[in-house]
Design a protein around this ligand. Structure first.
Ligand SMILES: [Zn+2]
Length: 396
């Protein structure tokens, strides 16, 4: 694609380039993050192809629920669901027909159903659709929004939670959502928020996220799609990075938004995000430069692709362990993905670098539970039991 995904402008400034080793790929995949000179939107440009992205979702990205079904059904709402439920309640919506695009295993829909909503949804992952049925008894459509939402009409509410940043053509998707809503139907969305560069975690610019929405850009996008913004909430303390949640209402006619956002402001912020990201990875690379011995990585995924891109660790890596059996025996950056059990059994007792930001604590706990000595564990972002585990990125 040679134009901005939002405004179709053709002028851009590249602010970061990554070279990522994906599962079972000989050559790394190079991606650019750019800011549009016309509208100021920060995005992958050019975008990773839909075909490669589909390959990635099938091999790398796993969004499955783990745990006892009865406990999952009775679980309290997740933070995402809590934010959506309180938005719905605060703007005074009464239960009706709700459809979630990208419903994964149906956890959010389960919470809406408890509040009296009639629920349905879609997801491109067959295993997620299967879990929605077996765990929650929810019949969800298999497929992405482009195939599923077009079969819907007169919906009272559409939920899109951490989906819009993954879509190749957001304006086209929003037009489909608009068409599927009842007159005065509502749309609730949440995406990572491009604000407050100091609060961004390492790896914020990532393969799966095609878009990095700044609040003003997102509101303009909705207005241009015939959706009137009712309420905007930015949560700077959300789990791993700031998020923005918006409730919008369908309006009968499209009103082209007047300019309300300076593209240069977007460019300036984008430079701050890139500088922040570079500083975080530089700090990690400096610490990893001390490593001269053979090591394991734990976590086959985008974080590992980024870690290998930003450091000189690759020649020292023996193998990459991962808990997902689907990945065992595959390769990333020429290294074999192994099971945790193989790692636990390593006679050399080589150090294990925990290659994850969001799951670091769970992985450290799993390693300790598997009998890995604390001194072998290298955690990048938090205090950990190992001798080099006091490594701490400024992200905390
Ligand atoms: Zn643009």
């Amino acid at each position: 694609m040679t134009h901005c995904a939002l405004c179709k402008g053709r002028e851009r400034d590249i602010i970061q380039t990554q070279s990522l080793a994906l599962l079972n790929r000989e050559q790394p995949c190079e991606i650019h993050f750019s800011v549009c000179r016309t509208c100021g939107h920060l995005q992958q440009w050019p975008q990773v192809s839909p075909k490669l992205m589909a390959h990635h979702y099938q091999t790398f990205a796993t969004y499955e629920l783990f745990g006892d079904p009865a406990r999952l059904r009775q679980a309290a709402p997740s933070r995402h669901a809590r934010r959506f439920l309180s938005l719905v309640s605060d703007i005074g919506l009464v239960p009706g027909r709700v459809y979630e695009v990208g419903c994964a295993s149906g956890e959010m829909l389960n919470q809406f159903r408890k509040q009296g909503w009639s629920v349905a949804g879609c997801d491109p992952s067959p295993s997620a659709i299967g879990q929605a049925k077996t765990i929650f008894g929810i019949d969800a459509d298999l497929g992405g929004e482009e195939s599923a939402i077009v079969r819907q009409e007169n919906l009272d509410l559409i939920l899109i939670c951490h989906v819009l940043e993954h879509l190749h053509d957001p304006p086209a998707a929003l037009a489909r959502f608009h068409a599927a809503l009842a007159p005065h139907g509502h749309l609730l969305l949440e995406v990572p928020c491009a604000t407050a560069p100091d609060s961004l975690p390492p790896g914020w610019f990532t393969f799966e996220h095609l878009h990095y929405y700044q609040p003003a850009v997102l509101e303009r996008l909705l207005r241009d799609a015939g959706l009137e913004v009712v309420e905007t909430r930015i949560d700077l303390t959300a789990e791993h990075y700031p998020v923005i949640a918006i409730a919008a209402r369908k309006t009968p006619h499209l009103t082209r938004a007047v300019a309300g956002f300076e593209p240069s402001a977007g460019a300036l912020l984008a430079q701050c995000y890139a500088a922040r990201d570079k500083a975080l990875w530089t700090a990690t690379a400096r610490r990893m430069a001390r490593i001269r011995e053979p090591v394991f990585l734990y976590g086959a995924g985008i974080h590992t692709a980024q870690l290998l891109d930003h450091t000189h660790l690759a020649p020292h890596v023996i193998a990459i362990a991962d808990r997902d059996p689907k990945k065992w025996g595959q390769t990333q950056a020429g290294k074999t993905v192994i099971s945790p059990a193989e790692l636990f059994a390593d006679p050399q007792q080589a150090p294990v670098i925990v290659s994850s930001y969001v799951s670091e604590k769970q992985i450290v706990d799993a390693l300790l539970a598997g009998g890995v000595a604390p001194s072998r564990i290298v955690a990048l972002y938090s205090e950990a039991p190992g001798k080099t585990g006091t490594i701490r990125a400024s992200a905390g």
